[in-house]
Design a protein around this ligand. Structure first.
Ligand code: G6P
Length: 487
């Protein structure tokens, strides 16, 4: 790839992610407008965007539509076009049916197709070029997540002057699993174009470093390694790649504000009343994804009803499963499976006045989610593998009175920080059942002690700290590691 001319009106700080931080609303008359997307990453980066003259490069979510750059609240947005075929091959295919299952412990079987890989490479090139044409001289570019792993090296070739960060929001797999990927060297090459690569857990950073050693023959020492490459003019450039863990968090203030709001508190009481004031509300909130262990949780709940340990008169499980990646086969199959299980359990245990499981296949506004967090006595996070799991942290942040219990899978990144949760191996259904009952029956004093300790963790490490720590390290490493002349 040839270098790109530095734009005269470029931006000092550029975020690159598969999705833009806005969602489109279309009203009844067909008029469309943009709304800021919910989520920690967007709220964490909004202040940085406003302060540093920032731009955000990403896909706006619709196929075959070319949009000009536009401004929306604090963001300058640079939309990247994806054709319908690229949505199939790059997004649904390589990103979500190859990398996603591969990086999540092969819970579903990854599919390897060369046509998907070619599309992934082509789309990554497009993102890299857009970023290169958007960044000012010496800008900082922060690339997000597994959909764009080739962008760092592509961007470095196009724009050797910019500082490049990469953050992987999902797990990075052990060598034994990563090795299955036919394009493993190319992916590692792509990532190592960055000055700093952030992971959720120290274990993810170690897995990555081992893979680099095995497939690129480069050894990291204390989280840093030297890379070099010949340019088109025949000169060598070298740079230092740093890799470490930066566990992401949530926008604590906005959750605290909602949890304090009389409307949200009233809504939480209303939810309990509408359910007939059960003694215990269990809650699950997930994207409908096979990594989340929704089936394991429902199975355990069904068995507890069957065993007589729970009854529909005393308890209810609310399961919010927001629609996700609905055209990908494994997601369709999961929906069939989960809805079949819910139907069977409800058919067996419901009474005219009580339902065992309230299954909600919808996305909800954030206020409603916080009301659910306030209404729930026991939060169930039973993921089989999860980079972090922000729902666990959101529940903790919402529980201002320090009541409530969190059952948390040890296979989430969050489990490394929320040590006072009731930790479970969700594959162990008996263990999960015991943990659910333990959480339900936990003495009030113990629950308060555990919640207070988890709250200290979450409240002192919010998503703004996360982005500041990453960006400060990126700036430091870039100053120290760039333009070292080759031997
Ligand atoms: C995970 C990924 C994100 C992704 C999100 C929603 O959290 O780490 O990169 O945006 O899921 O998935 P979607 O495919 O709808 O963007």
């Amino acid at each position: 790839m040839e270098e790109v001319t530095v734009p005269r009106d470029g931006y000092d700080f550029v975020v690159v992610s598969n999705r833009l931080p806005v969602d489109r609303d279309v009203d009844e008359a067909g008029n469309s407008s943009w709304r800021r997307s919910p989520g920690g990453l967007v709220s964490a980066l909004a202040p940085v965007m406003a302060q540093r003259d920032g731009a955000w490069v990403g896909w706006h979510g619709a196929p075959d539509e070319t949009l000009e750059p536009f401004d929306h609240d604090v963001f300058h947005l640079v939309p990247v076009m994806l054709s319908e075929l690229e949505v199939k091959r790059y997004y649904e295919g390589f990103s979500n049916a190859t990398l996603w299952p591969l990086y999540h412990d092969v819970i579903a079987s990854p599919e390897f197709h060369r046509t998907w890989w070619y599309a992934y490479r082509r789309v990554n090139e497009r993102f890299a070029r857009m970023a290169a044409e958007t960044a000012s001289q010496g800008a900082t570019v922060w690339v997000q997540d597994y959909q764009l792993q080739l962008v760092p090296r592509m961007l470095r070739r196009l724009r050797p002057d910019v500082t490049i960060g990469f953050f992987n929001h999902i797990p990075f797999p052990p060598t034994e699993i990563f090795s299955q990927l036919p394009w493993r060297r190319a992916v590692l090459d792509g990532l190592t174009g960055a000055d700093l690569i952030g992971f959720q857990r120290p274990g993810d950073a170690q897995n990555f470093q081992r893979c680099v050693r095995k497939y690129l023959g480069v050894q990291f020492t204390k989280g840093a390694a030297q890379f070099s490459e010949s340019t088109a003019e025949g000169t060598d450039t070298t740079w230092t790649v740093n890799a470490g863990s930066y566990p992401i968090s949530i926008d604590v203030d906005s959750i605290k504000e909602l949890a304090d709001s009389p409307e949200v508190q009233a809504r939480a009481r209303e939810i309990r009343e509408e359910l007939g004031n059960p003694e215990t509300i269990f809650l699950g909130v997930d994207r409908l994804d096979y990594t989340k262990g929704i089936g394991h949780r429902i199975k355990a709940y069904g068995e507890l009803l069957h065993d007589g340990e729970l009854s529909v008169a005393d308890s209810v499980l609310i399961q919010v499963a927001s629609p996700s990646r609905e055209r990908v086969d494994s997601y369709r199959q999961l929906r069939e499976l989960v809805e079949g299980m819910v139907g069977r359990i409800n058919g067996q245990h419901d009474t005219i006045s009580h339902t065992a499981i309230r299954y909600l296949h919808h996305g909800y506004p954030f206020e409603e989610m916080v009301a659910l967090y306030l209404a729930a006595d026991v939060m169930l996070v039973t993921a089989l593998r999860d980079g972090m799991n922000l729902v666990a942290k959101e529940y903790v942040a919402a529980r201002r009175d320090r009541s409530g219990a969190l059952v948390l899978s040890e296979f989430t990144g969050a489990a490394e920080q929320l040590r006072q949760a009731v930790l479970v191996n969700p594959h162990d259904i008996d263990g999960l059942k015991e943990a659910m009952l333990y959480a339900r029956d936990m003495p009030r004093a113990e629950a308060r002690k555990r919640m207070a300790s988890m709250r200290r963790q979450v409240l002192t490490h919010d998503v703004v700290d996360w982005s500041q720590r990453f960006l400060a390290d990126l700036a430091g490493h870039a100053r120290a590691g760039r333009d070292t002349p080759a031997d």
